[in-house]
Design a protein around this ligand. Structure first.
Ligand code: 13P
Length: 256
């Protein structure tokens, strides 16, 4: 990890939790808060955001959403806008998670719209990218990452490097218990960083690139010590507050 970039360890609770769960999780997590120099983010379901933000108030832990609408307002039943999330206390929002791309058929164009909406409302988007197993086996990983990043480039190239985050989440490693090796993660992260460097202005190369996909207490240290891995996006293991606290501690704090 590059000491100049503040590591970010993020929890994606997906479709889990309850108000009671959020209270218990916050209490347990804050018993052993992470050291200074590590940023922590928790993304619960929309309906738990305000409650969790209150439970974590003053702790320095950020709250974010798992999705948002690309629209500002209008006749879009069931959608939630960037401004609504900001008002609830969100700092970040996940955009283009592979489950959204695959199950809800979100296109690269729609994802670019969501990035634009998030940034326009002052939210930091966490753009998720990653290849499927078939794409990796066909040696298409770089091509897939390039396409996903290029679709986002018109938005990302207008943002400061600290105004967005990329999460590399190989689809074959999500919820499968199979993790990318630290070397596989580093290879993909270096490619992403290099590609970001080619965007207008080149500033984007300093953006944080998180690894996601079966991050656990026993593999976090080896992943987080790689040069271009700036933290993690954690699904299943983040539901246990103590385990997530341990994963946060596996990130080497930024030294200023
Ligand atoms: P798991 O950590 O459960 O593999 O999930 C990763 C993920 O999708 C985080 O967004």
């Amino acid at each position: 990890m590059n000491a100049a970039r503040c590591p970010l360890v993020a929890a994606n609770w997906k479709l889990h939790g309850s108000l009671r769960f959020a209270d218990d999780w916050a209490r347990d997590f804050l018993r052993r808060p992470p050291p200074a120099g590590i940023e922590v983010l928790v993304c619960p379901a929309f309906v738990h955001i305000a409650h969790l933000a209150r439970a974590l108030e003053g702790s320095g832990v950020s709250v974010g959403a798992q999705n948002l609408s690309e629209h500002r307002d209008g006749a879009f039943t069931g959608e939630v806008s960037a401004a609504m999330l900001k008002e609830l206390g969100c700092d970040y929002v996940l955009v283009g998670h592979s489950e959204r791309r695959r199950i809800y058929r979100e296109s690269d164009e729609q994802i670019a719209g969501k990035l634009r909406a998030a940034a326009g409302a002052g939210l930091k988007p966490v753009l998720c990218v990653g290849e499927t197993l078939a794409q990796r086996r066909a040696d298409d990983t770089r091509e897939v990452l390039r396409r996903q990043l290029d679709a986002a480039a018109p938005v990302l190239s207008g943002l400061a490097a600290d105004a967005f985050v990329i999460a590399y989440e190989p689809v074959w490693a999500i919820g499968t218990g199979e993790t990318a090796t630290p070397e596989q993660a580093q290879q993909a992260h270096a490619f992403i960083r290099d590609h970001l460097g080619g965007l207008a202005g080149g500033r984007a190369a300093d953006a944080r690139v998180l690894y996601g996909g079966s991050v656990k207490t026993d593999n976090a240290t080896s992943l987080f010590q790689m040069n271009d891995v700036d933290g993690g996006l954690v699904g299943g293991a983040s539901l246990k507050a103590e385990a997530f606290a341990d994963i946060c501690r596996a990130a080497p704090p930024r030294r200023d």
